[in-house]
Design a protein around this ligand. Structure first.
Ligand SMILES: Cc1cc2nc3c(=O)[nH]c(=O)nc-3n(C[C@H](O)[C@H](O)[C@H](O)COP(=O)(O)O)c2cc1C
Ligand SMILES: [Fe+2]
Ligand SMILES: [Fe+2]
Length: 391
């Protein structure tokens, strides 16, 4: 149990053994599932729970606290998994959520009794401390909400403002070097929340009226000292705003498409682009590719033609980008083939379906090895993208 502010403690847990979050996203630095205890003079509330395998750690961290309420800001099982166990330990504890939360509590865990349905803006008096609930749907599930404690100017934000990376000793950002958590925030946002930028923006605007000195997410550090910096990152990411730089994602079996990627990168540097990230889609985990794509404003995709279609690892990246409704990027495309070109056409079609760019997409294409014509196209593609991303 760790005090955040007077009468509000951290009781969350670190998970340093799960290899992939949602069985998809690598966790080289682990992840924390954050849970908090708020002690009023009349009642005690627990805010969010943890993943099922971490129940024992949670109970130990609670150090004998007897919650009267469990507030559920988000029902994804990385937080709600412990609910049935908590219900057995604390049968008197009322589960608090909105109409969508309680529907999920019933359908996941068969719990319908001793629940309290709250509406947007409603408050719960704990005695000297108040919990005020703000519905912030689709960050990144329909039931997501945030809980504010006005007396402490502290906001429990659910997955919003969260990041991968277990907590290394400290809970609040003031007590640690936050630099390892920043790339993990880009990765968490782009992997998990990325599709819902519009809803994040809605929530940010809705919560503009409250003053918060502490943001307490369900993953990663509590933001206090760096709250403004973190909010600005979140605000930018959810508006799909990006820094000058180019991500080149390509696939290649025998090196010809790869040669084009190298040529393009070489020219980008000559044009003055300094942030260039090259990812071979067969080797870099999608998680890191997406993170870079959310960070930089240029995106160039290349692939060989494969069985009259697009080389599968590149197609997977394009699908992931499409799902996330990426906006505001300068895009280019390149492709290769031996007898019937398909890849470039497919990449262009998918990019155009995303309405990423209004202008024509610059392209380069080669038959077999990189031809002189293809070299010229690669150079001109790089020049065009460089001019746009640096403008
Ligand atoms: C399994 C396989 C399927 C392919 N299918 C096609 C195809 O349908 N049409 C085509 O024009 N080329 C096809 N190719 C040829 C590649 O697109 C061509 O060799 C390309 O230059 C490979 O690029 P890379 O050297 O970057 O791997 C295929 C190659 C392989 C190995
Ligand atoms: Fe979640
Ligand atoms: Fe989560």
């Amino acid at each position: 149990m760790r005090e955040i502010v007077s009468c509000i403690d951290y009781v969350g847990v670190n998970d340093r053994t799960t290899q992939k979050f949602e069985a998809l996203w690598p966790l080289p630095q682990g992840v924390s599932y954050n849970s908090y205890i708020v002690r009023g003079s009349k009642c005690t509330a627990m805010i969010d729970a943890v993943e099922i395998s971490q129940c024992e750690h949670l109970l130990k961290n609670m150090n004998g606290a007897q919650p009267d309420y469990l507030v559920i800001n988000h029902m994804e099982p990385d937080h709600s998994g412990a609910i049935p166990v908590l219900r057995k330990y604390f049968p008197q504890m009322t589960i608090v959520g909105n109409i969508k939360t309680l529907d999920m509590v019933k359908n996941y865990y068969g719990i319908e009794d001793n629940v309290l349905k709250i509406a947007d803006g409603e408050e719960l008096d704990l005695g000297g401390l108040t919990l005020r609930f703000y519905l912030t749907p689709m960050i990144h599930w329909p039931e997501t909400m945030m809980t504010y404690v006005p007396e402490r100017k502290l906001l429990f934000t659910g997955d919003a403002f969260g990041c991968f990376g277990a907590l290394n000793g400290a809970v609040t950002d003031s007590d640690i070097d936050i630099s390892p958590y920043i790339p993990e925030m880009y990765r968490y946002y782009s992997n998990i929340v990325g599709k819902y930028g519009t809803f994040v923006q809605k929530a940010i605007n809705k919560l503009n009226c409250i003053e918060a000195n502490y943001l307490c997410p369900t993953h990663g550090p509590v933001w206090h000292e760096n709250l403004r910096y973190i909010s600005s990152i979140y605000n930018r990411l959810s508006k799909y705003e990006a820094e000058p730089g180019v991500v080149i994602v390509y696939g290649s079996m025998y090196g010809n498409t790869e040669d084009m990627a190298e040529l393009i990168a070489d020219q980008l540097v000559q044009e003055g682009v300094r942030n260039i990230r090259i990812h071979n889609a067969s080797y870099t985990d999608l998680s890191y590719i997406l993170s870079d794509i959310f960070k930089y404003n240029g995106l160039i995709i290349g692939a060989p033609t494969y069985s009259n279609g697009l080389y599968p690892p590149v197609e997977a990246v394009l699908n992931a980008i499409k799902v996330r409704e990426l906006k505001n990027r300068y895009v280019g495309a390149f492709g290769s083939f031996t007898w019937a070109p398909q890849s470039l056409k497919r990449i262009k079609t998918i990019l155009q379906e995303m309405s990423l760019c209004t202008e024509d997409i610059p392209t380069a294409e080669t038959k077999c090895g990189v031809s002189d014509t293809a070299k010229v196209q690669c150079i001109s593609l790089a020049k065009e993208i460089a001019a746009k991303v640096l403008s």
